[in-house]
Design a protein around this ligand. Structure first.
Ligand SMILES: Cc1cc2nc3c(=O)[nH]c(=O)nc-3n(C[C@H](O)[C@H](O)[C@H](O)COP(=O)(O)OP(=O)(O)OC[C@H]3O[C@@H](n4cnc5c(N)ncnc54)[C@H](O)[C@@H]3O)c2cc1C
Ligand code: FES
Length: 277
């Protein structure tokens, strides 16, 4: 597939998750292309709304699902707001998948800790689904999700179902005005790192969301004894080409679209949290 050329995909469904978050369920118009499409959790596609613009969006479906490709999107600006109006039967363009995904082979047999904030949960939801479908291949699963307002939590039913599974811990926190309908913690999810139960000598952590949140979660995990080579972060920057040519997503010596978006902390620790990078 020519990485510059968007391929036509049909909108199968546009699912409203909250008033500002929606999931676009897409399928390549060309059946052979749909069958040949493969991705790893953590990779992203460039979605192109004809006449409006093109944006990077993570893939949230399970790679074993051969029939549709899901993207969960928050309406923040020109393209995301225009895409929110798409209906079943509409068409958009898709290039991808791009980038390095999560190190799932490296995670086999280990406890898996997922720390996410806001819509940062989108790229790790594909990991949650991946681990749950192949439960015997992994150790404990710890899912930590922080949101600002209780209403920002999407897939609430799924979190409730995940916390009933064996060897699975779900830690949810809302930092602003949680109500009686919010049965979990109030405050920042990073204040609850000590409540996560895992074996630091045989664990891997994957994080996604605002960089300040990831920064706050790193220290407690390292203090628990987690090796920095077992700590992985998904980074976001503005993107144009998505194939390491235009330089828009440069991060030190790396291009986030190509060497990332998922990085081992050890690889970026000298830059991470530095102003201007
Ligand atoms: C690898 C990668 C994966 C992503 N995955 C998802 C995803 O799964 N779901 C999702 O909703 N979004 C995701 N994003 C962010 C998404 O690409 C931006 O929200 C989108 O490009 C904004 O386009 P727009 O035209 O709607 O907004 P614009 O009109 O361009 O901008 C509107 C506002 O959003 C801010 N903004 C723009 N881009 C970003 C960004 N990358 N991060 C933070 N703020 C931004 C701008 O500063 C501005 O304040 C991802 C970004 C990257 C790089
Ligand atoms: S988007 Fe062009 S180099 Fe990454």
């Amino acid at each position: 597939m020519n990485p510059y050329e968007p391929q036509v995909v049909d909108v199968i469904q546009n699912i409203e998750e909250t008033p500002t978050i929606y999931t676009l369920r897409l399928r390549f118009r060309d059946k052979a292309r749909q069958q040949a499409y493969r991705f790893a959790p953590g990779q992203f596609n460039m979605l192109y709304l004809y006449g409006v613009g093109e944006i990077p969006i993570s893939i949230v479906s399970d790679p074993a699902d051969e029939f549709v490709i899901d993207h969960t999107i928050r309406s923040v600006g020109r393209v995301t707001k225009a895409m929110s109006k798409l209906k079943a039967g509409d068409q958009i363009g898709l290039r991808g998948p791009f980038g390095r995904g999560w190190p799932l082979q490296h995670a086999l047999g280990k406890d898996v800790i997922l720390v996410t904030g806001g819509l940062g949960c989108a790229p790790v939801v594909s990991v949650i689904r991946y681990v749950i479908r192949r439960r015997d291949l992994f150790g404990r699963l710890v899912i930590m999700q922080g949101v600002k307002h209780a209403d920002d939590l999407i897939w609430r039913d799924q979190y409730e179902q995940w916390e009933t599974l064996h060897d699975t811990q779900v830690i949810l926190a809302a930092s602003e005005q949680p109500s009686a309908q919010w049965p979990w913690h109030s405050g920042h999810v990073t204040d609850l790192m000590h409540t996560a139960v895992f074996n630091p000598n045989n664990a891997i952590a994957m994080m996604c969301g605002p960089e300040a949140m990831m920064n706050a979660a790193i220290d407690p995990l390292l203090r628990e004894g987690l090796n920095e080579h077992d700590l992985w972060l998904s980074m976001e920057r503005n993107m144009h080409c998505a194939i390491g040519l235009c330089g828009h997503c440069q991060y030190g010596a790396n291009f986030i679209c190509k060497q990332g978006p998922v990085f081992p902390f050890a690889e970026i620790k000298t830059l991470f949290g530095e102003k201007g990078f």
